[in-house]
Ligand binder design. Structure first.
Ligand SMILES: Nc1nc2c(ncn2[C@@H]2O[C@H](COP(=O)(O)OP(=O)(O)OP(=O)(O)O)[C@@H](O)[C@H]2O)c(=O)[nH]1
Ligand SMILES: [Mg+2]
Length: 179
């Protein structure tokens, strides 16, 4: 069986590295460097990519890639997107402008959204601050796109698995992959 490639993307601190670490069955490959961006309270940041692996119930291998969040590495987005079946956009809902953040990734990965290969995972919803899930659907509708939006805490592997499952179901529905 051909392995499936899935890409995690989103702003600095959205939780891409955490999500891949939570789900991967192998020791994830990380390219962390010391974070010098004081706008996010985080010790490390990804400078090239994350990589992990996960096996579905039917034995299909899923390759999990993650993008770096910092804007200076945005040239990596299209490189890492190559050959990806779908993309999971992670959002830090407690950030200053999470809906604007979402628009950046929705536009950058519109090719995925257009073919129903995008899932949105909204994190840091626990304190009830930040936009509602409905407002993400409104942004999608404005752009003429449809994608499932979930609240997800990527520190919990079952939440990350839910995002991956939702993406795979979408891809099956689009007949990008067979069930
Ligand atoms: N409280 C809370 N913390 C969260 C939640 N989701 C993620 N985090 C934390 O947010 C941080 C995310 O850090 P990373 O996984 O390094 O984020 P990243 O997207 O890889 O960031 P860059 O590589 O810098 O772009 C971690 O410290 C997580 O524990 C959430 O839902 N609630
Ligand atoms: Mg990272």
């Amino acid at each position: 069986v051909t392995p499936l490639k899935i890409l995690f993307t989103g702003m600095v601190g959205a939780g891409k590295t955490t999500a891949i670490g939570a789900l991967s069955e192998v020791a994830p490959i990380r390219t962390e460097a010391q974070n010098t961006d004081t706008s996010v309270n985080k010790e490390n940041t990804t400078v090239a990519m994350d990589y992990g692996e996960f096996t579905l119930g039917d034995g299909t291998k899923v390759m999990l890639y993650g993008t770096p969040g910092q804007g200076r590495f945005d040239f990596m987005w299209s490189i890492l997107g190559q050959g990806a079946l779908g993309v999971i956009v992670l959002i830090n809902n407690a950030a200053a402008n999470p809906l604007e953040d979402f628009k950046v990734y929705l536009n950058a990965f519109d090719e995925f959204a257009a073919r129903g290969a995008m899932v949105v995972g909204v994190g840091r919803t626990e304190n009830g601050v930040g936009p509602t899930l409905d407002s993400y659907y409104a942004v999608l509708a404005e752009q003429g796109r449809i994608a499932p939006v979930f609240s997800a805490d990527v520190r919990r592997s079952e939440h990350v698995l839910m995002l991956v499952d939702a993406l795979i179901s979408q891809l099956e529905l689009q007949e990008e992959i067979s069930p």
